[in-house]
Design a protein around this ligand. Structure first.
Ligand SMILES: Cc1cc2nc3c(=O)[nH]c(=O)nc-3n(C[C@H](O)[C@H](O)[C@H](O)COP(=O)(O)OP(=O)(O)OC[C@H]3O[C@@H](n4cnc5c(N)ncnc54)[C@H](O)[C@@H]3O)c2cc1C
Length: 453
């Protein structure tokens, strides 16, 4: 596996005090794999019955595949983890926005709308009031893209996605998601010229360029995690939730699993960071994290007869007549995810745990989506073949201004010696799999250094 981590030759680590890793998703498996290569004893505890966490694909008996969160990874990550030969190239990926009954491709089509172009140009020419721009996500998007594009497209999508008013969200949301317009245009152009879905706005840790494109592993995204797990032999304990992380004098000492205490040299957690205050005993320094919110989502995977029902792989719907904000027809990019004469549209609906949408049963959700799909796919009813619903209470971290200072502090450290929080929900960050992999590698280097001292 590719990394610039060299195997440790001289240091002997105490095997009675392994590093405990909480969670066998991509982050936990990557950390375990590279610590092992450094001869650091590790035990990887997974609460569930299976590895892979959010990088899980589901297959049904009718030949459809639904991915839980991730839809694809990059050829660079596939090569780094040794699964490149088992991946198919994604040849095309496109996004459009539906506004006032018309669709506009992103970004070329939107840039041709005179009011968006004028607003965007004005925002470039006018002097920027940095203090105002950084006061909220609403101000950040208006200053960066112009008031018209922000108010009609970006902010309604941001609000549906996060479940919070854009004025209550921190400006870091924009900084995290941003790619410059110039870079976006050049990568989209490279996609057209090469006939490959060149990654754009996907990876921030490593540079994006025309030689980094999307791929899909044979059998689903879990292959990546399986490959890492294969190298870990007996270090993974399934159905073993970490119940407590015991801290003394500001340093991690042990964990409790299935009622039993295990001394550890460090803990690397990939669990959602807002549960750490409940897990960690012996200090209150993590208490501010309990306010951090994740946005729950319901994904309605609707199966249809035919293909090409949406104008592009992704259709964004910023107008509030729609209860969803994004529709994804994955087989337009990855034809193998549905039988050749059929298709799949994933409908993303933001909600709250326990609300009407969250509780709605599968077939009713399908009918609810069908009704709202009519303006987009007029014969959706006749084509409909049923749906499969996936729900998660922790789809996206919500960057509220009210805890932005604590979030930035947490970004630097957990405040407990020997406790590291990594991965998407562990770091409370909008990161995708490639960033998780490279960021985890970087952190593992730091952790090994700390253990050696
Ligand atoms: C809607 C959505 C779409 C996405 N699309 C893409 C995409 O197209 N491409 C892409 O690259 N990425 C995508 N991602 C992101 C990608 O899926 C995640 O970044 C990645 O899979 C997260 O890995 P992780 O290891 O950080 O966390 P997880 O996969 O969440 O793993 C954490 C693990 O910890 C376990 N755990 C929790 N608490 C405990 C405990 N106390 N004890 C033991 N185990 C515990 C959980 O059971 C879980 O298995 C998407 C994510 C979402 C939500």
């Amino acid at each position: 596996m590719q990394s610039d981590i060299r195997e440790s030759e001289t240091i002997e680590f105490d095997s009675r005090k392994p590093v405990a890793i909480v969670g066998a998703g991509l982050a936990g498996l990557t950390a375990a794999y590279f610590l092992r290569r450094q001869n650091v004893p590790v035990v990887l505890y997974e609460a569930g019955q299976k590895i892979a966490g959010l990088a899980t694909s589901f297959h049904d008996q009718d030949g459809f595949t639904y991915d839980f969160g991730a839809h694809f990874l990059t050829n660079r990550l596939a090569a780094a983890t040794g699964i490149g030969a088992h991946c198919r190239t994604v040849k095309y990926y496109g996004e459009t926005v539906l506004l006032r009954g018309r669709t506009y491709s992103y970004p070329f089509g939107l840039l041709q709308v005179p009011r968006f172009l004028a607003g965007g140009l004005a925002s470039r020419i006018q002097p920027v009031d940095e203090k105002r721009k950084n006061s909220s996500a609403a101000e950040w998007f208006r200053a960066s893209y112009g008031r018209e594009l922000a108010d009609e497209v970006a902010l309604p999508l941001l609000e549906a996605w996060s479940g919070a008013a854009a004025s209550d969200l921190s400006a870091s949301v924009g900084n995290k998601l941003q790619n410059s317009i110039g870079q976006t245009l050049s990568l989209k152009l490279a996609s057209r010229l090469t006939g490959r879905a060149v990654a754009c706005g996907y990876s921030h840790e490593m540079p994006e360029n025309p030689s980094v494109w999307h791929v899909y592993p044979d059998g689903g995204l879990g292959l990546l995690c399986q490959k890492l797990a294969d190298e870990l032999e007996n270090a993974i304990q399934l159905e073993s939730p970490v119940e407590e992380i015991l801290v003394d004098s500001g340093r991690v000492q042990a964990i409790r699993v299935k009622g039993r205490e295990q001394a550890v040299s460090a803990v690397i957690s990939t669990a959602p960071c807002n549960i750490l205050p409940k897990l960690v005993k012996g200090t209150n320094v993590l208490q501010p994290l309990s306010r951090f919110r994740f946005r729950p989502m319901v994904f309605v995977n609707m199966r249809f007869q035919g293909r090409g029902l949406l104008p592009d792989t992704v259709l964004w719907t910023p107008e509030n007549e729609f209860p969803f904000f994004r529709l994804t027809e994955t087989p337009l990019s990855m034809p193998w995810l549905a039988p050749s004469d059929k298709t799949l549209i994933t409908v993303d609906i933001g909600c709250n745990v326990g609300d009407e949408i969250w509780q709605m049963e599968e077939e009713r959700l399908g009918q609810y989506c069908l009704e709202h799909l009519k303006p987009i796919v007029p014969d959706a009813n006749q084509r409909y073949l049923g749906c499969r619903v996936l729900r998660t209470p922790i789809a996206y971290p919500v960057f509220l201004n009210e805890y932005e200072a604590e979030r930035q502090k947490f970004e630097r450290s957990t405040g407990v010696e020997g406790l590291y929080s990594i991965g998407r929900n562990g770091e409370f960050d909008h990161i995708l799999m490639e960033d998780i992999y490279w960021q985890t590698l970087k952190k593992v280097r730091g952790i090994v250094g700390a253990l050696q001292h």
